[in-house]
Write a protein that binds this ligand. Sequence first.
Ligand SMILES: [Ca+2]
Length: 155
Amino acid sequence: MGAVYRDTLEAVGGTGAYAWTQTGGAMPAGLSLDLATGLISGTAEEDGEFELAVEVISGALSSSDTVTLIIERPSLALGDIINHLLAPGVVLSVDEERYLDIIGNNNGSFDIGDFRAYLQEEGLVAADILPAAVVEALEEMDRSNRGAARKEEGR
Ligand SMILES: [Ca+2]
């Protein structure tokens, strides 16, 4: 979850041109199958085991099979996430940051609300430990800080 995934389904024995179809199962959110190339790609936004039924057609031939995708959550240390909040871009990888954003508000960047979502998912805080107004104030502070950081970079 959070990492870019790319893998191509392969078939042999056809005419060389293959058309793929997903005939059953559910693709994890964030991933998609390119019907012309068999490429499964994207960034998974949910974990679990996903069994897909696929069919490939080439000329007069066809074949069916199942593909199992296992999506796992990265194992992160609380201390690393806190340090990353204090020094963004230093501690966690881009994939780990993306994972935290996915379980948070999925707005494309890591923020204090994503950290809160992580704490809730891990059972480290109750769902209602912070009133919504406080969370909004923290997120506004985070946005302001990012704006200030961008201005400094622009100098
Ligand atoms: Ca976010």
